[in-house]
Design a protein around this ligand. Structure first.
Ligand SMILES: [Zn+2]
Length: 408
């Protein structure tokens, strides 16, 4: 990773096209980035803003900004919730202005590698003379927008869609590129996208089945089932079976046309992307994309930078996850680009791993001393990370997830 310098950029997530940039004061660096939004283009020198914002804690500032967003935007961060439709705060008067569209940006990372963002979700793409290699399509509406932008700016078709994993909030909408692209994913994606199996409604969902017919109708659906009803409804019969609920809202995920087991190199127009399966973190079909010539890596959901891990660490296994984080560190990438949040470097991945290790040790010690979960949620404060995003909301949930892992 060269001189060990890293950067954290938070780009245009919190205001329409307005870059909000964050870096830790002891690790700042000037980067010239091109930020374009649907209706504006600007050349930004982050450094000026960075130094300006050092007077206050930029992380805190950002947390405050985040806390004003609807809760649904926070919940959407990792696969469990639908694309947010911002709602006005209950106490606020109804806005007169027309509703805001999603915040979408395309930012050049380095060379011909770009990060494209749809609200809180991000993907990457690499432009070559023979077409574009991209990662997650995110959703159909975004993919349609992105295709238009790519045609306008680069006049190149998408030749490859490389999936980070099968979760609907990252993998939906790929059909938009199906006329020109191959779709590549880890082989376990096929099982995740297979036809729903015959099974009863899961217990928590069966409670919604008011008429007791063993399926969920639109009037009975709530939460994620309600918000993404048609994406759950694989056979389009207007009812959700147990198998459809268990499979998840993946009906608009275009299946991989090519799969791999351990690693795969994609070459196009003299450029290359290495795809590898780090193991079963967050989902059973994770892929990391490594761009060796750009010294960049794209990682989704099992690593985030400058932000606490998602809620209760679903699927967490300490040795497996930390090993996978070390595998990403071993790439030595100058740019580590996550599917949510800020762009950083290898040192930020190491900090994320250290967070897990310190959380693990603190909770394990507490359990050995006979502390209850509630006591640990109060005492394991992880103060060194109080500047990270979602510290207030997710720290107690992280403790809960670690406690469950250590006591299961
Ligand atoms: Zn996910």
């Amino acid at each position: 990773m060269g001189d060990g310098e890293t950067r954290l950029l938070r780009m245009a997530e919190l205001g329409y096209g307005e870059p909000v940039l964050i870096a830790r004061p002891w690790r700042t660096r000037l980067l010239t980035i091109m930020i374009r939004t649907a209706n504006r283009a600007s050349l930004v020198q982050p450094g000026a803003r960075l130094f300006e914002s050092q007077k206050e804690n930029p992380m805190k500032r950002n947390l405050l900004s985040l806390s004003t967003l609807p809760l649904v935007l926070i919940l959407v961060a990792c696969g469990a919730a639908p694309e947010p439709t911002p709602e006005p705060a209950a106490e606020a008067p109804a806005p007169v202005a027309e509703p805001e569209g999603p915040t979408r940006t395309i930012v050049n990372i380095t060379g011909d590698l770009y990060r494209a963002q749809n609200n809180n979700h991000a993907t990457v793409f690499l432009v070559t003379e023979e077409g574009i290699i991209m990662s997650d399509p995110i959703n159909r509406d975004f993919a349609t927008w992105l295709r238009g932008e790519m045609e306008t700016r680069f006049d190149q078709p998408v030749r490859y869609v490389l999936y980070s994993h099968s979760d609907f909030d990252h993998a939906s909408g790929g059909e938009v590129f199906a006329d020109t692209a191959e779709f590549v994913g880890h082989e376990n994606m096929l099982e995740a996208l297979a036809e729903p199996s015959e099974m009863a409604l899961p217990a928590d969902v069966a409670e919604l089945d008011a008429n007791g017919n063993g399926e969920i109708e639109p009037a009975e659906a709530a939460g994620n089932l309600e918000n993404n009803f048609s994406l759950f409804d694989a056979n389009g019969d207007g009812m959700l079976s147990g198998g459809e609920v268990a499979r998840g809202p993946v009906s608009d995920v275009y299946p991989p046309t090519e799969t791999y087991a351990d690693r795969l190199t994609i070459e196009l127009g003299g450029k290359r992307v290495e795809m590898f399966h780090p193991g079963p973190a967050h989902s059973a079909n994770m892929s990391v994309l490594h761009f060796p010539d750009e010294s960049a890596a794209f990682v989704v959901d099992f690593i985030s930078l400058g932000r606490l891990p998602f809620q209760t660490l679903n699927g967490y296994d300490h040795d497996v996850w930390t090993g996978e984080m070390r595998a990403v560190e071993a790439l030595g990438a100058e740019y580590v680009i996550p599917g949510h949040g800020v762009v950083g470097g290898t040192a930020d991945v190491a900090e994320h791993r250290q967070y897990f290790e310190e959380l693990h040790d603190a909770v394990a010690e507490g359990i050995a001393a006979g502390a209850s979960l509630e006591e640990l949620q109060a005492s394991v404060t992880m103060d060194a990370y109080s500047g990270w995003l979602n510290y207030e909301q997710w720290r107690p949930l992280n403790v809960e997830g670690m406690y469950a892992f250590l006591t299961q």
